[in-house]
Ligand binder design. Structure first.
Ligand SMILES: O=c1ccn([C@H]2C[C@H](O)[C@@H](COP(=O)(O)OP(=O)(O)OP(=O)(O)O)O2)c(=O)[nH]1
Ligand SMILES: [Mg+2]
Length: 150
């Protein structure tokens, strides 16, 4: 199934988001900054990084904006709201909320691949209000109730 994709003016000239290997789950997202622009995230700082395109996803799908593990492992840079949610009815620019949890400033330039986008199906479930819920073995136990030791 196709996802309709439209470059915005400042995105023109960038490569399309691409899967870096044949069966990769994510399309890498490049920063659509100006040609000579450098966006620097100080330690602890966050920024909205423009991707330079808009989408029209088929209804019943979302695009998730996820971190790249290399940036997280090497620099402590990740997507603050991971996984970001791009709704099927959103027609604005896709952006990445990047945060620097590392100890060093992190510089971003035009075309740098700073995150990845994974398409996912969203089941069309509706909430139904009831008085009682079916019982289960777990019941209300959660939040570590099964312990940690192996
Ligand atoms: O990482 C993200 C997250 C969101 N969006 C865009 C697409 C999404 O459809 C819209 C709204 O996102 P979300 O629902 O997460 O934010 P909100 O704070 O609930 O805003 P709204 O009230 O507009 O829904 O913002 C992005 O481009 N990147
Ligand atoms: Mg919302």
């Amino acid at each position: 199934m196709a996802v309709r994709f439209k470059w915005l003016a400042h995105g023109e000239g960038l490569p399309m988001p691409v899967r870096q290997s044949r069966a990769a789950a994510g399309h890498d997202l490049a920063a659509a900054l100006g040609e000579d622009e450098v966006m620097t995230l100080a330690p602890g700082e966050r920024a909205l990084v423009p991707c330079g395109f808009a989408l029209a996803l088929p209804e019943g799908y979302e695009a998730q904006v996820r971190p790249r593990s290399g940036l997280a492992a090497r620099f402590g840079v990740t997507v603050l709201n991971a996984p970001g949610t791009v709704d099927a009815d959103y027609r604005g620019e896709v952006k990445v909320i990047l945060v620097n949890h590392g100890a060093e400033p992190f510089a971003i330039r035009r075309g740098d691949r700073i995150a990845q986008m994974v398409f996912a199906a969203v089941p069309d479930l509706a909430l139904e209000s009831v008085q009682e819920l079916e019982e289960t073995d777990r019941g209300a136990n959660g939040f570590g109730s099964t312990g940690m030791a192996g």
